[in-house]
Design a protein around this ligand. Structure first.
Ligand SMILES: Nc1ncnc2c1ncn2[C@@H]1O[C@H](COP(=O)(O)OP(=O)(O)OP(=O)(O)O)[C@@H](O)[C@H]1O
Ligand SMILES: [Ca+2]
Length: 873
């Protein structure tokens, strides 16, 4: 493929790419897709499953186990050696499976958030996944889109593109269609080309695709870049750190225990070594890191089903501590289904239904509404394309049999200034009654200021102050009902020429159209839920202050004592003043995207964790600045989705609140799983320390501890991770993000519960020691420890007693328990395994003792919980 498309004319480019202004046909596209491949970048080298498998062995555990295996071998326990190796391999297999699964689920999430692109195929405009774009496609770009392939600009309407991801240049580049003459042109100067990975910030254009996938400029860079992805989240990192520190401490203690055994009790070196090894194996939480990964993966899957797509695993943790949600109004808190209500023209207010086409000002109002809009609406099918605000206008035309298409054919659009949320205006230029006329619609405060005249049935007259006040009064009246008010104006231009923003003044005011956009039904409940959960909801909107406040009151965001602030007032405040009022500001109206950053940082200065929604191109910086940037899946621009860490596939505010609850639940479950795993380990450590101190035989062989840590303990830990979110999560305050997950109270519980289990295990040990010596003692201790930890799984499911949590609410926990008991029974009672697991035969009486002793700690913990539940109620 040639590189120099910039030096070709549009026609030459079309010939070269064998395409035409109607775009490719479906058949051509399919053929080229087969020929050139999907439009995506090579994902770099994926780790092969085998490499992942091997990697499972490069960890401290393996070293310790290898030592254990060697010691077992020397001490004549060949079976043990085999079991240890079997366990090592099993562990690696499990680790590999988990890794591959987690990768898959992440890939699935990524697929849900792939960008789409608009193309012409067979002459019609359709939206397709960007991967299906092929060379020769006619791609349509507009503000907010991400460019997904390289292309030559074909038709240009003031297109501006940000190419900083390619060129590092942060200033937007204006594009044109003219061929460039020079031999070699730097990437940043190819004004008639657009490049994959850049962002459309303004205007629109159609583009002939000249390169896709790895054959784009981005592809060239990507193949140079070595994309190493860091997948570990802060929580995973801090747990890994914890594990590392723990292992060091444990090694030190192991060494001390070893030396003590040798020198104090004159124990044979081999036996002393077994003590040290047992301690090390007992202490290291082998399963911890993979359990955390599993719980997080389960959590993101669940959130995706509930319409919140997590793009960044870190967000799962952060969500749980969100304390402020800043939300757009239109479409997020409201339904974004606009219907025209009252209209106002020539001093008269009337219902939209009663509009009269014979009345000049009213007809011009409708004409402006239809001409200065891009939306279309098909009466027959009810299908609409475009901004709901504009769809409502087009629907109004439909009421009177006026097709937007007819008007638009009569008065073709000659030039245009696209809408943007900063200017809050949109203008188009047409020939109307032989005059070049600029038609403009937009926010009333902006438009009225720039209007000097008024359009009446008696013709165009200078606007008086009374009339101005009257229009503002009407606007206020409509806005107070929560209606969205749009203003319309026009002006003559001396000739048809390129437009600039300076043309948007000296207007003749035509009138107002108000429309209703009812709140979503779920919004009220969601705001109330958020409030109960200690989360402040703040409305941020481009709409008018009065309208926004009215809606905010209906939804429950704006309460007594709250205030609403608009963009201009915000500009007038210093950071200090803003900080002072921040708590009370429930509504920010008429804000531009730049204001959003200020609001986010102000809350962050207070130490709050902020979630911010956004849909436009200019929202991207605020989405990045927020702790949780939330983009709209349906209406959001590709740029905003790219910048966000979460995407709402239903655009619904209530989904954010659900995601926060899920985030809290994931965090709580992880914490409980950690409590379970570490308290179990603690009990084994205490037993080993105790027996070593008392100069008793070593209570567990490494095989025993491995069996528990890797098998029987993993099952309840995963079940705890599956625990469904409880309503009670809403009654807590947001978690302090700075607080470590292993806080004092958790460590205390780990120690206390570990101690309880250790006592039970030691009682079993003594009983076995008295009756049958070291072998029986060890078997009793091992069986009791395993079973006690399986029971303990129920204690760790949540804060309440098991009666409150109910067995049925998490069937996995029962399943895990019985699976664990089954495994234990196999090891204890299948003669073939006796030798492997070094167990002595047990009588019925022993089994009774084991069951009772193993259950005792759980009984005590449950009794304690029942009492606490009572007291708390
Ligand atoms: N297509 C449009 N053409 C002209 N003016 C518009 C158009 N859409 C909106 N406006 C005006 O610009 C204002 C700001 O619109 P913007 O899209 O920034 O925010 P919004 O949709 O009102 O609210 P939110 O920020 O909650 O989504 C609107 O209140 C309206 O007055
Ligand atoms: Ca908007």
């Amino acid at each position: 493929m040639a590189d120099n498309f910039y030096s070709l004319s549009v026609q030459e480019t079309m010939q070269r790419e064998k395409t035409d202004p109607q775009g490719l046909t479906a058949a051509q596209a399919a053929e080229r897709l087969a020929q050139y491949g999907a439009n995506k970048l090579d994902e770099g080298k994926r780790k092969s499953t085998f490499v992942v498998f091997l990697e499972q062995f490069k960890d401290l555990l393996v070293a310790i186990l290898a030592v254990a295996a060697i010691i077992s071998m020397i001490s004549g326990q060949a079976e043990s050696t085999i079991v240890i190796f079997a366990v090592l391999i099993l562990n690696a297999v499990l680790g590999t499976v988990q890794y591959v699964k987690a990768e898959k689920s992440l890939a699935g999430l990524k697929a849900m958030s792939t960008p789409t692109a608009k193309v012409l195929r067979d002459g019609t405009r359709i939206e397709i996944p960007s991967e299906q774009i092929v060379p020769g496609d006619m791609v349509l770009l507009e503000a907010g889109d991400m460019v997904v392939a390289d292309g030559r600009v074909f038709e240009n309407f003031s297109l501006k593109v940000n190419e900083s991801s390619l060129t590092g240049e942060s200033v937007d580049v204006e594009k044109s269609t003219e061929p460039l003459q020079a031999e070699k042109v730097a990437l940043g100067d190819r004004k008639n080309m657009v490049f994959s990975g850049s962002l459309v910030t303004y205007g629109r254009a159609s583009v002939i695709v000249t390169g896709t996938g790895m054959h784009t400029e981005l592809g060239k860079i990507a193949s140079l870049m070595n994309q190493t992805q860091q997948r570990r989240t802060p929580l995973q990192k801090s747990l890994d750190d914890f594990s590392k520190k723990l292992s060091i401490v444990i090694m030190a203690i192991s060494a001390v225990v070893f030396l003590l055994s040798v020198f104090r009790s004159g124990m044979p070196i081999l036996d002393s070594l077994m003590f040290a090894v047992a301690l090390a194996v007992a202490a290291i939480p082998e399963a911890l890191s993979s359990i955390v990964t599993i719980v997080q993966a389960v959590g993101t899957q669940k959130m995706a089903k509930q319409h919140a797509i997590i793009k960044d695993l870190k967000a799962v943790e952060t969500l749980g501590s969100v304390s402020v949600i800043c939300s757009d109004k239109t479409g997020t808190l409201t339904q974004n289904r606009m219907r025209v209500q009252q209209i106002y023209a020539d001093h008269a207010m009337l219902d939209g239904k009663d509009l009269e086409l014979a009345n000049d000002p009213q007809r011009l109002l409708l004409k402006t509404a239809l001409l200065a809009s891009d939306a279309t609406f098909d009466e027959a099918t009810g299908a609409s394309i475009g901004d709901p605000t504009e769809v409502a206008l087009v629907q109004l035309g439909g009421l009177f049999g006026v097709e937007e298409t007819t008007y638009r054919e009569q008065h073709p659009r000659l030039k245009e200034l696209a809408f943007d949320s900063d200017r809050k205006l949109m203008s188009t230029l047409h020939w109307i009654e032989g005059k070049a006329t600029l038609l403009t619609k937009g926010a009333i405060d902006v438009l009225l200021q720039r209007s000097t005249h008024l359009f009446t049935s008696a013709g165009v007259v200078p606007m008086t102050d009374e009339e101005r006040t009257e229009i503002l009064r009407v606007n206020h009246e409509l806005s107070e009902q929560g209606l969205r008010v749009l203003a319309f104006a026009c002006r003559e231009l001396p000739e048809v020429r390129g437009l600039t923003f300076d043309d948007e003044q000296d207007f003749t005011f035509i009138g107002l159209i108000s429309m209703i956009d009812p709140p979503r039904e779920e919004s009220v409940q969601a705001v109330a839920d958020a409030k109960r959960a200690g989360i402040r909801t703040v409305m941020i909107t481009g709409d008018h202050k009065v309208t926004a406040s009215a809606i905010a009151k209906q939804i429950g965001i704006f309460e007594d004592g709250d205030i609403a602030v608009d963009g201009t007032e915000l500009d007038g405040m210093t950071d200090g003043e803003l900080d002072e009022k921040l708590q009370n500001i429930a509504v920010y109206a008429r804000v531009s995207p730049e204001h959003k950053i200020r609001i986010v940082t102000a809350w962050q200065r207070r130490g709050c964790i902020v979630s911010m929604t956004g849909d436009g191109v200019n929202d991207a910086p605020a989405l990045k600045q927020a702790d949780i940037g939330v983009a709209m899946g349906i209406t959001g621009t590709e740029v905003s989705k790219d910048a966000a860490s979460m995407i709402l596939s239903d655009d619904n505010f209530a989904t954010i609140v659900k995601a926060v609850v899920n985030g809290r639940s994931v965090f709580a479950n992880i914490k409980n799983a950690i409590k379970f795993l570490l308290s179990g380990n603690m009990s084994a450590i205490l037993c080993v320390l105790f027996t070593s101190f008392m100069m008793l035989p070593v209570p567990f062989a490494p095989v025993h501890l491995l069996f528990i840590n890797l098998l029987t303990d993993s099952l309840p830990a995963i079940a705890i991770g599956m625990e469904p979110a409880r309503r009670g999560l809403l009654d807590q305050k947001p978690r302090d993000p700075k607080e470590s997950i292993l806080n004092r109270s958790l460590l205390l519980k780990i120690f206390g519960q570990g101690l309880l289990i250790a006592v039970a295990v030691m009682l079993a040990f003594y009983s076995g020691y008295g009756a049958g010596g070291a072998a029986l003692a060890s078997t009793m201790a091992f069986a009791t420890l395993t079973l006690a930890r399986l029971f303990h799984g129920f204690n760790c499911r949540g804060r309440g007693s098991i009666f409150r949590l109910k067995f049925t609410s998490n069937p996995f926990s029962l399943l895990a328990f019985f699976a664990g008991v089954g495994l234990l029974a196999l090891v204890l009672f299948v003669p073939a395994l006796e030798g492997l697991f070094l167990v002595a035969p047990l009588t019925g009486e022993h089994v009774m003792q084991i069951v009772l002793l193993a259950f005792a700690p759980t009984l005590l913990i449950q009794v304690f919980k029942v009492i606490r539940d009572r007291v708390e109620r």
